[in-house]
Design a protein around this ligand. Structure first.
Ligand code: SF4
Length: 549
């Protein structure tokens, strides 16, 4: 029906709602997270932890700090013990909170020396009930941390050059770097100076501590994409320009979670010296133009998808760099990202040894043992990897086999089965408040069973186990991605289980696994299910046919 003015209200164009982009004038917070960040820069919470909460204990913590700003210093409340996954979505946050914390230590570039390794180990033993997890972003995560101990932990970490600053929160997170930077014969260029420059200049800079959401960076000059560049907000991968020589190819807009997207190449080449400036330009675009209205659309990938890569590059060059970047044709892509597990020669004649720590679960005790073993074999350098692995550098040839045996004896395997090598798991229900199912224990049992049942597996089948629909263990890019959920078993009981995603990959044939609606597996039946899948693949594969493609 027409109105008195003759206009049908149903057809009148509605004013377009803004996305909360600062550069378009939307400076007023549009949700509680944005309000909290505006009320007080989250980095300021450190002073309150040191001066108030460490003395008053958990009960003295302001709720806005507890579930918000603490993250900027690597602290998340830990899940209260004994609450099953069915209650994850139904209980209020405070009902899920234990009075202890997960604490994430950022290890930019994954680079650790023995002092740092022993410091991390000591904190685990003294303050974290001997917990330590290797994450798939080269971090170390503790659990059971009491806020009263946090200043002492910071003192210890900072005395050896480590930090928890911006390890979580809406800010630039740890910078992934090649675990074999500076020593690999295959490396195109060592990205470590760029990682160091960004870390020392911009981490903790309040100009970049209020981003729309998390911002993930990867920098590697290794040709085998060992920092999973396709799923980072910005990535710099080694590339040789025909005129300018070795430098970096630039990618933007990757990310997983509930709306996975692969990063796109800018089609531009950047020198090592210019990486920090270009990084600053990209993170500034995210800060200024990123969507802040809805948390679910607040990652850079949504802006890149809406703008298109040409416009993104144009805005970067005209508004933030004031110059054109050199064009670069697409370099060759690796088949799959390298994990560096095994024994490999370095450029200086020595060797590096990459080992699998089963699903990234380690401990302070193990890290102390690792430090002793490494030192006894003449090395002082260790690296964490984005595959939840560890790499020992600088080993003389005549000590390699002794090192491999000593590492094996403490549960770190340089020649693991394909199953142990290629299975990852996120934190899961033991500690994570969002989790619906147990992940680490389920994955361990799965590996043990598959090693017995399908020992003949001669190629990689990646199995990534997540405790909820988030993708902390990258379910969409695994051959077999397992998303935690509650399922009904044969007797109709509700039990822990997984939605299956099949056929995901990174590298040359990158793509997301297909969600098979009918494939929901109870956790107890997981070994049967994966055994059957892998046997079918082994029996029916053509020569050189991978599981995913
Ligand atoms: Fe927690 Fe879910 Fe991330 Fe696993 S995927 S660590 S359960 S948020």
């Amino acid at each position: 029906m027409a109105t008195a003015t003759g206009t049908n209200p149903a057809r009148r164009p509605r004013p377009k709602r803004g996305e909360g982009q600062w550069a378009l004038g939307y400076r007023e917070p549009l949700n509680a997270n944005e309000q909290a960040k505006k009320d007080d820069n989250p980095l300021n919470v450190r002073a309150r932890i040191e001066n108030i909460y460490a003395h008053g204990g958990f009960e003295s913590i302001d709720p806005g700090d507890l579930r918000g700003r603490f993250r900027w210093w690597g602290l998340y409340t830990q899940r209260k013990q004994g609450i099953d996954g069915g209650k994850t979505a139904t209980l209020a946050p405070e009902e899920l909170d234990a009075d202890r914390f997960m604490l994430r230590v950022r290890v930019d570039g994954g680079q650790l020396d023995l002092d740092q390794l022993r410091t991390i180990a000591g904190i685990s033993v003294d303050f974290a009930q001997d917990t330590a997890d290797l994450t798939d972003r080269q971090n170390i995560q503790y659990h059971w941390i009491d806020v009263r101990d946090v200043p002492t932990i910071w003192d210890r970490l900072e005395s050896v050059g480590l930090s928890t600053q911006e390890a979580c929160g809406d800010c630039p997170r740890v910078i992934l770097g090649s675990p074999v930077a500076g020593i690999s014969a295959d490396e195109i260029i060592d990205g470590t100076p760029a990682i160091d420059a960004i870390e020392s200049t911009f981490i903790g800079d309040k100009n970049f501590s209020n981003l729309p959401r998390k911002f993930k960076t990867a920098i590697s000059g290794h040709p085998d994409h060992d920092v999973v560049p396709q799923i980072n907000d910005v990535a710099f991968t080694g590339a040789v320009h025909p005129e300018h020589g070795p430098g970096f190819d630039v990618w933007v807009g990757g990310g997983l979670s509930t709306n996975p997207m692969l990063a796109e190449r800018l089609g531009a080449w950047v020198s090592l010296e210019d990486v920090p400036e270009v990084w600053k330009g990209v993170v500034s675009i995210f800060r200024d133009y990123g969507y802040r209205r809805l948390r679910t659309r607040a990652r850079l990938k949504f802006l890149v998808a809406d703008w298109g890569i040409e416009k993104f590059r144009e805005v970067l060059e005209t508004e933030y760099l004031d110059r054109r970047l050199a064009d670069l044709d697409a370099p060759a892509m690796p088949e799959t990202p390298a994990d560096h597990v095994g024994v490999f020669p370095q450029t200086d004649g020595r060797f590096y040894v990459g080992v699998a720590a089963t699903v990234g679960r380690i401990s302070g005790t193990l890290l102390h043992q690792l430090a002793d073993v490494v030192e006894a074999h003449g090395s002082t350098r260790i690296r964490t990897t984005p595959m939840q692995k560890l790499v020992v550098l600088d080993v003389d040839e005549d000590r390699v086999e002794s090192l491999v045996a000593a590492l094996d004896a403490i549960g770190l395997h340089a020649r693991p089965s394909q199953w142990r090598r290629n299975t990852m798991a996120c934190t899961g229900i033991e500690y994570c408040k969002l989790a619906i199912v147990n992940t680490k224990d389920t994955a361990r049992v799965l590996i043990d069973e598959l090693e017995k049942r399908v020992p003949e597996l001669d190629t990689a089948i990646t199995v990534n186990v997540n405790g909820c629909p988030n993708s902390c263990a990258r379910i969409q890019t695994a051959d077999i991605g397992l998303k935690g959920m509650l399922v009904n078993d044969a007797d109709g009981n509700t039990v822990e289980g997984f939605q299956v995603h099949l056929g995901g990959a990174l590298g040359l044939q990158a793509g997301f696994g297909r969600k098979l609606r009918a494939h929901k597996v109870a956790a107890d039946h997981l070994p049967d299910y994966v055994e059957k899948l892998s046997r079918t693949y082994l029996e029916q594969r053509d020569a050189d046919e991978s599981f995913a493609r």
